[in-house]
Design a protein around this ligand. Sequence first.
Ligand SMILES: Nc1ncnc2c1ncn2[C@@H]1O[C@H](COP(=O)(O)OP(=O)(O)OP(=O)(O)O)[C@@H](O)[C@H]1O
Ligand SMILES: [Mg+2]
Length: 390
Amino acid sequence: MQKNIIHVMVVEDDRDEAELIGTLLTTAKIPEVSAEAFRVSYQTTLRGAMAEIAKEYVDVILLDLNLPDSGGLDTLIKLRGEAPSIPIVVLTGAYDRKLAIDVLHRGAQDYLIKGKSDHQLLLRSVRYSVERKRAEEELKRIQTQLIQAEKMKSVGRLAAGAAHEVKNPLAIIMMGIDYLTRKFEGPDEKTKMIMQQMKDAVLRADYVVKGLLNFSSLKDLDMKVTNLDEVLKESIALVRHAMEKRQIGIVTDFDPHLPMVKIDRSRIQQVFVNLLTNAEESMPDGCQLTVKTYAKKVESGSSVGYRTEDHFVPGQLSVVAEISNTGPAIPEEILENIFDPFFTTKRERGGTGLGLSVAKSIVDQHKGLIRIYNREEGGVCAAVFLQPVD
Ligand SMILES: Nc1ncnc2c1ncn2[C@@H]1O[C@H](COP(=O)(O)OP(=O)(O)OP(=O)(O)O)[C@@H](O)[C@H]1O
Ligand SMILES: [Mg+2]
């Protein structure tokens, strides 16, 4: 759909009536609707209407129930079955109270009587139907989001429970391995290797458990006013060794006037380490990774708005840290899954798929945003938006 243009499909077999409706719409001079233009297309049969919605975006349908190939409520039921998301305004010849109620029950947005609809009535009905339908769709989207959020909460609770159960046995195994290592004076190479393998396996399990506990963290944050550049420098220091091994250079571009943020330093550091590690893992040897900070007004997007669950209002200032890497793009079809716990494309390399879900849960706790997208010039950018201290 083109911005501000409403595509109205008039389904009416009486050509004069259809043209009249078209003229009323396209010559609208009413101030409240003049910002929007209408594009009107015409169909005279139900079959024609169905063919048009199959190939074109239609914003609203004005529907005469009695057509050459279908009659009465059946026409509405069939068309709605084909296009449940397009608002339909029913046109009838005469007022019939029962029919009016029936069509509304069957999902029509409104009911108009032919010949009795002036400019204003017609325009208002079309515009309100489109808006009401949009509001319904928005409500549906929010409900889906809420269900998703609830799902994540229960995953978090389950994970926390499992992690607590596993933590203590792991600690006991680790102590056992340490004891046995000390007990064996000068063990042979094979025993030494097995001991080391056992230790590595326990450390890895411990890493997963810590990740799960962090993801579902019920602990309070230790919030302090902090300079984000400092936290980034510390995080880079933690991954520098791994980068140097692969001759990956790190270019920094820090804003010297960056507003301060109020954060839990160690947790945000963990976010950056996770993002830096992801960047490193997807870059070819010898390339450069860029870390940048700046202040920016947040534009629209998910979690930006005026609802209580939104973290930013549009146009609000945010402190941004951006980690960009060269390398392959993330395939479109997995972009929406990368924040899911245990989603990984690096299973065979030992990836757990917890890095981004932990990062997102920490950033959410800070009422911030995290966005990961494919850059036009290739590679990936991960941006974290945090609240500046007022
Ligand atoms: N910078 C990036 N470039 C390309 N793909 C990425 C990037 N960051 C994340 N991904 C994709 O998102 C997936 C999930 O990332 P996440 O950090 O959650 O898990 P992981 O890196 O696979 O494992 P873990 O971080 O637990 O070791 C990755 O497996 C990868 O497919
Ligand atoms: Mg990762």
